[in-house]
Design a binder for this molecule. Structure first.
Ligand SMILES: [Zn+2]
Length: 332
């Protein structure tokens, strides 16, 4: 029987253990040493935290022919893993950011799980964004997840367990690494990039170190600042709606998230608290917006924005331009 393998693609992340994952890694190493690692590991950590590098490290170690607590780096299995051609490693993920993993991909997972390992050792199936499993897709693998063949391991990577089906969570051994403190993340990004990093960059990226680093490397500091200024200007003079819409579309959804943070900051300031503001180093901007629009409008538009973000993420075919310009026009 021939299986088509949709939603399964190559591996592009280097196996690595970042300092904030050291405790989790040590725990897994102990389990590996005791030969008691659970066959289904659920790793819950935010995007941009290096969670895929950690998952890759575990997969590489499980597959390593040396059978040690760390990948040896020199055996045939380790070489294939680095070359992204390991025949017993399978990565499953959504076809696009925010989309659900399709049922066909999970059917392929069942097929893989019961196949004999091509290198005569173990088999690892890594499900990226497993919190994007619909009920039908999750039900497809429940039985395999509960009683997989002895040499098959699952690694499920999620941002949060809250949105997962309890039937999936209960079949896994859960790891939720502690998130590093804001100051630590700031120092880490600064040491990586050899430059000073504003604390609001860390907050805009929800404290995820790799996301904050990429934010700076990709020039998003300037893009973010220009977008926030353009938004504040639009609220003031109600002109340039389509230019602002275009700018927002160009940021592929990031801009809407930044505006959501800004409106939340404005709401806090209007309620006389500046505790935990995301834009803590752009107070004049937050103040300017808070004087321009009423608190009832801020609340209404923040709710509408979050709803729109969710719609746009789930339904990729929607008309972004129309939805965003409609939302902006509601400020008038
Ligand atoms: Zn090896």
């Amino acid at each position: 029987m021939t299986f088509k393998l949709p939603c399964i693609s190559g591996w592009k992340m280097q196996a690595n253990v970042f300092p904030w994952h050291a405790e989790t890694w040590q725990h897994w190493k102990t389990l590996l040493g005791q030969k008691s690692l659970h066959h289904a590991v659920l790793l819950a950590s935010p995007k941009g935290s290096g969670r895929l590098a950690l998952a890759a490290m575990l997969a590489k170690t499980i597959l390593c022919k040396n059978g040690s607590q760390e990948p040896c780096g020199v055996c045939h299995s380790c070489e294939l893993f680095v070359a992204d051609t390991h025949p017993d490693f399978h990565l499953v993920k959504p076809e696009a950011e925010g989309k659900q993993i399709c049922v066909d991909a999970l059917r392929a997972v069942n097929h893989y799980a019961w196949k004999t390992s091509q290198l005569g050792g173990r088999r690892v199936i890594l499900i990226q964004d497993a919190d994007h499993l619909g009920e039908a897709a999750a039900n497809t693998i429940l039985k395999t997840l509960e009683e997989p063949p002895s040499s098959c391991y699952f690694i499920l990577v999620v941002a949060s367990m809250n949105t997962m089906l309890p039937t999936v969570v209960s079949r896994c051994n859960k790891s939720r690494p502690k998130q590093p403190k804001e100051d630590f993340v700031k120092r880490w990004v600064e040491s990586e990039l050899f430059q000073s990093v504003p604390i609001q960059v860390i907050r805009i990226n929800r404290g995820a170190p790799l996301a904050a680093k990429a934010f700076i490397e990709n020039g998003n500091v300037t893009i973010h600042e220009a977008l926030m200024d353009a938004f504040a200007g639009y609220l003031e003079n109600k002109q340039g709606m389509f230019i602002l819409t275009e700018k927002l579309i160009k940021t592929s959804g990031n801009g809407l998230q930044w505006l959501s943070f800004l409106l939340l900051d404005v709401m806090k300031l209007q309620q006389a608290t500046n505790e935990g503001l995301v834009h803590c180093e752009s107070l004049s901007l937050v103040e300017k917006v808070s004087y321009t629009i009423s608190s009832s409008l801020v609340i209404r538009q923040l709710m509408a924005l979050n709803k729109m973000k969710a719609h746009l993420t789930r339904n990729l075919g929607l008309n972004n331009e129309l939805m965003i310009s409609n939302w902006l026009s509601d400020f008038q």
